[in-house]
Design a protein around this ligand. Sequence first.
Ligand code: 5GP
Ligand code: MN
Length: 421
Amino acid sequence: MSAGKGTMSPAKTAKDKIAEDSARFDSARFAPAEARPGSRKQSTAPPGAPPGDGGEREPGRDPGGNGQAPGMPGTSPAKDLGGMPASGDPAGLGRPAEAIAEYAWERTVELIRQADEIALACHVAPDGDALGSMLAAGRALRALGKRVVCSFGDRRFAVPRLLRFLPCQDLLSPPEDYPAEPELMITFDSSTLDRLGLLAPNATKATELVVVDHHPSNPGFGTLSLIDPDAAATAALVEQLIGRLGVPLDREMATCLYVGLVTDTGSFRHSSTTPAAHELAARLVAAGLRTDEIARELWDRSPFGYLKVLGAALERVALDDDLVWTYVSHVDRAAYGLPYDEVEGIIDVVRRTDEAEVAVVLKEDDDGLWQVSTRSKGAVDVGAICTALGGGGHARAAGFTSHQPVEQTMKRFRDLLGKAR
Ligand code: 5GP
Ligand code: MN
């Protein structure tokens, strides 16, 4: 982004901006993996081992293919509200280091083999990648004869309607039944400890905590990090883990993983849609899942009330310079008895706005808190802004929770957006 620019200059066309962006992305190089800040007794590498394993990246991979947006493994977006990937090659390696050390994979497999009971958790208000990744891993661990408990820390523990078609839900139990001090706990798609909600204290007390994730903002809050911001979805890392455990991928696991992959890549539309993402999809489809049925469940079903609430949200949508935004209140939903998770997709309609660089939808949940979804087309790192506001996510798709009313929340967001340009 051009420094000090408050609004989009009218002389600058969308085409100019795209040209600028692609030039920036071309020059963006990955920094080598480095010790993640904020981690406790991190054991991602044995004593004396170099950071990362120095492995080659796969040829032809999009260096911007981290989840939904280009980003910087090993750096903290929170410290970089400028937001764009750092250029250069600070360590002079000429190539990026692998995000996940081989040692971390091996140690994770060892811990799993040694454990009798394994506690799995994903982030609150789980999306397809969070729940799909956790359930696929749970099924694989159960196939190894482990006692498995899967949960997420929502106060109202319920699988979102959209994801109720997922197999393996018999693995789920409410947070009240979760082991208070698990010997081995594994988290999925949770970018911070806080995102575990009610299960955060359990994670803090776990003897070993393996963090499986692909958010660049993840500080590495466990004892072991399987964090790769270059992975299209957490599900991609889980598929690797299942393979390393020697468990054959069955249709149920593949369905769960595919839901994670297809939702996090926006149906293979985002920049995370690399050859590796398509290769993973091919392996999953080969396991016998029904892509048509999954697509229908995910995108072609809504209660009637959704159309009415979408209508209300679009009625009040605003375009301020290059920011498009709207909100959905609890009252909007209550009029049609529409559950909170049904409005998650409204951001995908709002972000289409050609004139806007950044899209925001504030959604009031059943506790009166505002869950804020943000999207960027690439010139602004909304992940950095949301991290600064106590949330997190990717450079182009991120979120945070606000206890303040809509206008105040938007003011805080706009202030940071102004600084990020
Ligand atoms: P969505 O807007 O679809 O809910 O989320 C977009 C991205 O931002 C996802 O990667 C999600 O995990 C992340 N995200 C959304 N809300 C929060 C939040 O409150 N805290 C953090 N750390 N990440 C969030
Ligand atoms: Mn994800």
